[in-house]
Design a protein around this ligand. Sequence first.
Ligand code: SF4
Length: 640
Amino acid sequence: MLDIADLRVEIDAESGLLRAVDGLRLAIERGETFALVGESGCGKSLTALALMRLLPAAGYVAGGDIRLGEGAAALELLDLPEARMRAVRGGRIGMIFQEPATSLNPVMKVGQQIVEAIEAHTPLRGAAARARAIDWLRRVGIPEPERRIDDYPFRMSGGQKQRVMIAIALAAEPDFLVADEPTTALDVTLQAQILELLKELQREQRLGLLLITHDLAVVSGMAQRVALMYAGQIVEVAPAAAFFARPLHPYAQALLRALPDSARRGAELEAIAGTVPALDQRFGGCRFAPRCAQAMAHCATTVPELEEVEPGHQLRCLLFRPVAGDAASLPRPAAPRPAAAEARPEVRPEVRPPTGPQARPEAPPPLLEVRNLSVRFPVGGGLLRRGREPFTAVDAVSFDLGAGETLALVGESGCGKTSTGKAIVQLLRRVAQVEGEVRLEGRDLLRLGGADLLAARREVQIIFQDPFASLNPRLRVDELLEEGLVALRPELDARARRERIEGLVDRVGLRRDALGRWPHEFSGGQRQRIAIARALAVQPRLIVCDEPTSALDVSVQAQILNLMRELQRELGVSYLFITHHIGVVEFLADRVAVMRRGRIEEQGPCGEVLRRPQNAYTRALLAAVPVLSPAAGPPTRNEG
Ligand code: SF4
């Protein structure tokens, strides 16, 4: 159905010529879901854009062929005149992108947008096209399609917009669908619905589907075959079952081991050291060699090719180089993965709240007590304007957090978890009505002012999701770290401050020369390390972590989670960890509180809530989380 041969995409960047996709080949059959996976910058989205001939202005296809269709009717996409390519795009190839809000035309009714696709690519016109559009809205699960067809996109929720995108993509009756991170912007329950819908429609229409994602759990539930990309090249192609049960490439093995979950609780995640190489160079050896734990001497000087090592299983690694007639050089059966129990030598006991008055005397008082916390935002005006009812983001929430403990606050977007965190750090005083009690070691932060509030502020710090947005780009790293110290630790002189910030960069794993550099000079993971160092600078007792790893790739997330846990053990700091990632919760949290519509639905020890949820919403939330198929573990190294 789709055959890509030796595709090369180059980007004319300011820093020089980047070989962003280098010699990619893959073939996808009718009715097959083929997943292209990899971390950011590996070239997977550029492959999709090259296939659609929608590369950004600085990018171009430097070589290769892309054939769509079978036999004599196949089209050479790269040779088609643009006018014919326009008919293919959206006609024979449908597209679904990550962000439905920006892909839909905001000033056009959704029905018109679907009708436009139908009229452009099928013989239907007028009333017949409208009737088909209503039918598509029904098929993608939009309730009351006869009425909703005349809605504008802004009247639809995120999940509904993505359903409309799918309806537009499929209304043209394509043979092939490209879905680039189709559910990344959605909550897990919506994600589950959209994936199920895609599966169903794909089965019905026998579509070829190229699914591009960084989420391996999504892949394991959707794809028949998987290709893993690293630094512009495919390094492994395999049937999905084989890939997850027995990944062969050292990078694939490392990625799967870097995923946080309950089996790795108490153990270190296997972070992949180093970073992805720059793509402006000519490589004389394996691109993964500087980070590969199994690298051999000749890996740095021999360029591995993508070769078939088992039927249907291709690999770019010198460990598994097939030698003609030498069975011993083929990959050996997988060695059993260390049992979960062996992999976690030390499991932290779950901290349970005291259960009755008799338990009180021995239990230390919690570090943080939140009682009936409510946050209301004014609607359509300032705090003092009367009129419309304020919007209640947090509604009488209560919980405790012990010293050195991690409480995960989970829930879908808009459930109030971030507002809860910000109210605790006292960031909402000027923008919302905050009521209730937030007691830190007995002092109610909501009722403090002046010097007392300043003193309390250094005890509670916050780390945000996006390290790009949360660091002032006009300050060097040393200034960023010193800023909080000057404000909140006025007793320290310049020398003491310098000593402290030098110790901090060491502690979070950055080099000392980082202090003289600007935030934009660092990668996402390094910036999050700077954000952690900044939070730690004033020696807080509690850090509110608002999705601190959700913008990071899996391998970098592993480094940051390891670091955060290490710091907790060493410094006894408590974390209120806001996240939607259940794997992270299982790995890190002692207790978990599940929020929905501003209220806590259920809270308790992590193992209990996640394994025996009592609340119907918690059960629905957990059921929607995509689960990676159980992996048998990495194979032994091939000595042949
Ligand atoms: Fe690359 Fe060698 Fe590691 Fe294989 S073993 S991934 S060829 S460095």
